[in-house]
Design a protein around this ligand. Structure first.
Ligand code: SF4
Ligand code: SF4
Length: 175
C-alpha cells in the first residue's frame, strides 16, 4: 500500500523488523497471534515473553511485540532472514499471508491517525525506519506525508473499527 502519487515497493530489507522498532498491538492482534501459535490464551503471549506491555504514547500502557536479542542485534521473532535467488539477504515476515500479521505491519507504510472526539481519520505514509528504501518516488519525511484515505478491504476496515473502539477505551483510562 502507499499514497496516491507515490510508488512504494517493499524491498524486504527487513530493517523495520529489527532493532528498536516498536510494533504495538491491539486486542485483535493478540487474539489472532495466540491462536496462530496454538496458545490457549492471549495472556500466554506475555507469560512467554513474546509480547511485553509498556508505556506507549501519552504514557498509556500497551502490548507490543518483544524483539529478542540475536547474534546481530534485536529482531522480531517472526522475521526470517534468507537469501534470494541472487544471493541477496532479505527479511521475510513469517506471518505474512496469515491472519496473525499485526495490523500495523499490514498497513505499513501507511499509518492512520484518528480523532477520537469526532471519529475522523487522517492517513499518512510514514517511513517505517529512517532510510526505508521502499519508495520509488520521493520518500516522505520522517513525520510522514498526508495521503488520501486508501482503499482498504473490508477485513482491514473491520479491524480498524475494532481498533478505534480499543483506542476509545484506552483514552477513557487515561482520563
Ligand atoms: S524498511 Fe521499508 S523496504 Fe525495508 S522491509 Fe521495511 S518497509 Fe520494506
Ligand atoms: S510481524 Fe512481520 S512485519 Fe511485523 S515486525 Fe515482525 S517480521 Fe516484521
Amino acid at each position: 500500500m502507499a499514497g496516491d502519487t507515490s510508488i512504494f515497493n517493499c524491498t524486504l530489507c527487513g530493517e523495520c523488523c529489527r532493532g528498536s522498532q516498536k510494533v504495538w498491538l491491539n486486542p485483535i492482534d493478540l487474539e489472532r497471534l495466540a491462536r496462530h501459535l496454538d496458545l490457549s490464551d492471549p495472556d500466554e503471549l506475555i507469560d512467554r515473553r513474546i509480547v511485553v506491555v509498556e508505556a506507549a504514547e501519552h504514557g498509556i500502557r500497551r502490548p507490543r511485540l518483544r524483539f529478542p536479542p540475536t547474534p546481530v542485534g534485536a529482531a522480531c521473532r517472526f522475521l526470517i532472514n534468507d537469501l534470494d535467488e541472487n544471493g541477496r539477504l532479505w527479511g521475510r515476515c513469517s506471518l505474512h499471508g496469515t491472519e496473525a500479521k499485526p495490523l500495523v505491519c499490514r498497513l505499513a507504510p501507511l499509518s492512520r491517525q484518528i480523532d477520537l472526539t469526532n471519529g475522523s481519520e487522517e492517513w499518512k505514509e510514514v517511513p517505517p525506519v529512517v532510510g526505508c528504501p521502499g519508495w520509488e518516488t520521493e520518500s516522505p519525511p520522517p513525520e510522514g506525508r498526508p495521503v488520501f484515505p486508501p482503499v482498504i478491504d473490508s477485513g482491514i476496515r473491520d479491524d480498524l473499527m475494532r481498533e478505534t473502539t480499543y483506542f476509545r477505551l484506552l483514552s477513557k483510562e487515561k482520563d
